[in-house]
Design a binder for this molecule. Structure first.
Ligand code: ADP
Length: 734
């Protein structure tokens, strides 16, 4: 190869090398630039990471500081809480779900006399064990084991009942334990020694007060006995004096003696009743009785007084309500007498209406009897409506003084009604009147009206002649309820016109009517050729029998009319021929005439004055009266006289009334029969009546004796085969 070629080749090679070098340099440059960029990015990243690390460090620092504050707060709260728990006087402890004590305050630990074993960490069973072993608790008659078992059972229950424990030192603690949601138990211990001591003192004070109250009641009862015995003489003799011939002045003196003595007795009885009820010594004597009759009897007694004051006293006894119930008739009469007496006393014009309604589920079941006593009197201010039921309270002291009264009547009545399971209330509008209402749950002894006492269905039309609007409306309703068509009018003249137009089967008319009275109307009807039945209602049925026209009427009924009497009289009208001429023969009694004997009454009474009073009280009766002067004589006379009824004084020499009665009942156990024996006593404690009834006496009459009560008992014992002791009030003529 030529040199030139060689040189050329070298040149080419040098050029190629130079180009490669340039290329490599360019590549190196590019790599350098990339490296620079990367290094910058890396340095940026490092800076950012450092900043983040710093932030996290700061955050940590803050959290740490917050935590330390929170810890401090918790510590303070816990300290305060524990301080509070330590400060309260009651013991406080809590146990974990395994019944191990977590903590307890000093009071809790002290309750167990600070025994060392009772401490946090101890289990409940261990604690029970320690306190029985150390005798910290007074467990009474129980064995320690049984006591622990009982306490453990209680503790393990879901909601343990509070438990009172007596400690060795006589202190009492009450344990109250409550389980929390996680099974923890909080246990409270309260020292109730002071409360228990206070309760004991209260009980003792109450016992002493009750004993004093009983002593007071016994004293009152004794006093009442002491007062009643001479009062029997005063009232009885005043009664007898009044029957003699006295001039006007003497009559006035005797009247005053009698009324003052009776007023005094009412007050004695009220005070005595009240003290008995207060001492829980008033005992009710339930027996079958006729409520309607009881109401009518008391209305009859009060009628004269109401009439003197110009007030109508009316009774509306629900026609379909039974009349016989089981209750204490004496007490029911007392309540009604008080309410009706008040109504008459506080009413100057208008009327007093006694309404009786009731509900009864079935025969023999308890009936819910409602009695309301409405008056059109002075009323009671609204703010006094409750006050008047308090003791010695009157609605308006100045006003009531004008009316007299002890202010005890309503308090006693309400207590009596509540004792019977009922209630007594009042509604009133001042100046317009008052309504006293009373509810009484009374078992009835019979169903309502029976079929045989319903009037003959042939009696369809009745005419009521009655001047008084309310009475007329009542009769109309009662007769209407018996299925009759009723026409009404206010006087005899209107009646004569209506008879001509309606031809009624029955005329019921009032006795005293303006113009023509009831008997004159009957006579006028007979004279006009009418043969319908005429029944006269009279507020004095006894004297009505003396009326010359008595023969023209079928019956005279005492007003206000006892519904039973009305129904009985109507049922007796069922004879098909109501013509008067045949009515007299219609009795159907063609038995041989016999002369019945009079009733024999034996009365045992040691006091001479009281024997005289008794004999005078029954002198108008058609009876044979024999006296015994002591119990022994009473028993002997019982066998020789064979009385139909015995009145027996209780306190008598030789043999008292109770022993005499026991002896008589023993005689009867052999001979058979049961003669009613009525106690007469000036003792008024209810415990005494229990004794009296236990001795075999049937009834009880407090002294001073009332003529009406004696007569009532004699009449009740009367045998229809004997001569009636007195003429009955309601008379059926013809
Ligand atoms: P007393 O009638 O003996 O004062 P009560 O306890 O029976 O005692 O009655 C208390 C008071 O209630 C009466 O004084 C009277 O103010 C008032 N009161 C009772 N009933 C009536 C009545 N029907 N109308 C108006 N006030 C009455």
């Amino acid at each position: 190869m030529s040199l030139a070629n060689k040189l050329a080749e070298e040149r080419r090679a040098r050029l190629a090398a130079e180009r490669l070098l340039e290329q490599k340099q360019a590549e190196l440059h590019a790599a350098n630039r990339k490296l620079g960029l990367h290094a910058r990015a890396l340095s940026h990243e490092i800076t950012e990471t450092r900043a983040e690390v710093q932030t996290v460090r700061n955050e940590n620092q803050r959290v740490k500081s917050d935590l330390s504050v929170a810890y401090q707060k918790i510590e303070i709260a816990e300290r305060r809480l524990w301080h509070s728990i330590q400060t309260i006087e009651d013991g406080f402890a809590f146990f974990d779900a395994d019944s191990r004590m977590i903590a307890a305050n000093d009071a809790w630990l002290a309750a167990f006399d600070g025994v060392e074993a009772v401490r946090p960490g101890a289990s409940y069973i261990e604690i029970l064990q320690v306190i029985t072993e150390e005798g910290i608790v007074n467990i009474g008659d129980m064995s320690p084991h049984a006591w622990r078992e009982r306490m453990l059972d209680r503790w393990q229950g879901p909601a343990p009942e509070p438990e009172v424990i007596r400690l060795w030192n006589g202190h009492y603690i009450r344990l109250t334990d409550r389980r929390g949601a996680g099974g923890d138990m909080v246990s409270l211990v309260q020292n109730i020694t002071a409360t228990i001591r206070y309760e004991k003192e209260l009980k003792e004070a109450r016992r002493r007060a009750e004993a004093a109250n009983r002593a007071k009641s016994a004293f009152l009862a004794n006093m009442s006995h002491e007062i009643r015995t001479p009062m029997n003489g005063v009232v009885g003799m005043a009664d007898l004096l009044m029957e003699g011939s006295l001039d006007d002045e003497q009559q006035l003196y005797v009247n005053t003696i009698k009324h003052s003595a009776e007023a005094l007795l009412v007050i004695i009885n009220d005070v005595l009743d009240y003290s008995r009820i207060e001492a829980d010594r008033l005992v009710l004597h339930p027996e079958p009785f006729d409520l309607e009759r009881c109401i009518h009897e008391l209305v009859t007694l009060m009628q004269a007084h109401a009439r003197d004051r110009g007030i109508d006293l009316l009774v509306d006894y629900d026609l379909f309500l039974p009349t016989r119930f089981i209750g204490d008739p004496g007490r029911i009469r007392q309540i009604l007498t008080n309410l009706v007496g008040n109504a008459v006393k506080f009413t100057e014009a208008g009327h007093v209406m006694i309404r009786v309604t009731g509900m009864q589920a079935s025969e023999g079941a308890e009936a819910d009897i409602r009695v309301t006593i409405e008056d059109t009197g002075i009323g009671i201010p609204p703010d006094k409506l409750d006050h008047i039921f308090g003791e010695f309270n009157q609605a308006d002291d100045a006003q009531s003084r004008k009316f007299e009264g002890s202010g005890l009547g309503l308090a006693i009545s309400r207590k009596l009604v509540r004792l019977m399971g009922g209630d007594l209330w009042v509604e009133s509008e001042q100046g317009r009147g008052s309504t006293f209402g009373l509810s009484l749950p009374l078992p009835s002894v019979e169903a309502g009206m029976s079929e045989e006492t319903r009037p003959d269905p042939a009696l369809t039309r009745a005419l009521v002649v009655e001047p008084h609007d309310t009475c007329r409306a009542l009769l109309e309703r009662q007769l209407g309820a018996l299925g009759m068509r009723v026409t009404t009018c206010a006087d005899a003249c209107a009646a004569l016109d209506l008879v001509a137009a309606n031809a009624p089967d029955l005329v019921i008319c009032d006795h005293h009517m303006p113009g023509m009275d009831g008997f004159e109307l009957a006579t006028a009807l007979r004279a006009g050729g009418y043969a319908m039945h005429v029944i006269v209602l009279s507020s004095n049925s006894g004297s009505a029998a003396q009326d010359p026209a008595y023969g023209d009427v079928r019956a005279v009924l005492q007003k206000p009319v006892v519904r039973r009497d009305l129904i009985t009289a109507l049922a007796a009208l069922s004879a098909p021929d109501p013509v008067i001429a045949s009515a007299g023969d219609g009795c159907g009694m063609d038995r041989a005439p016999v002369t019945p004997r009079a009733m024999r009454v034996l009365a045992a009474e040691d006091n001479k004055t009281n024997r005289l009073v008794f004999s005078k009280m029954v002198q108008t009766l058609d009876i044979d009266l024999t006296f015994a002067e002591n119990g022994r004589e009473a028993v002997a006379l019982f066998q020789s006289v064979v009385p139909d009824i015995v009145f027996m004084d209780i306190s008598m020499p030789e043999m008292d009334g109770k022993d005499a009665t026991r002896a008589i009942r023993m005689i009867e156990a052999n001979t058979g029969g049961h003669v009613p024996i009525v106690a007469m006593t000036a003792h008024a404690m209810s415990g005494d009546d229990a004794d009296i009834f236990a001795a075999g006496l049937d009834h009880y009459l407090p002294k001073p004796l009332k003529r009406a009560a004696i007569v009532e008992h004699i009449t009740a014992a009367a045998d229809p085969a004997l001569r009636p002791p007195e003429r009955a009030a309601a008379q059926v003529a013809g």
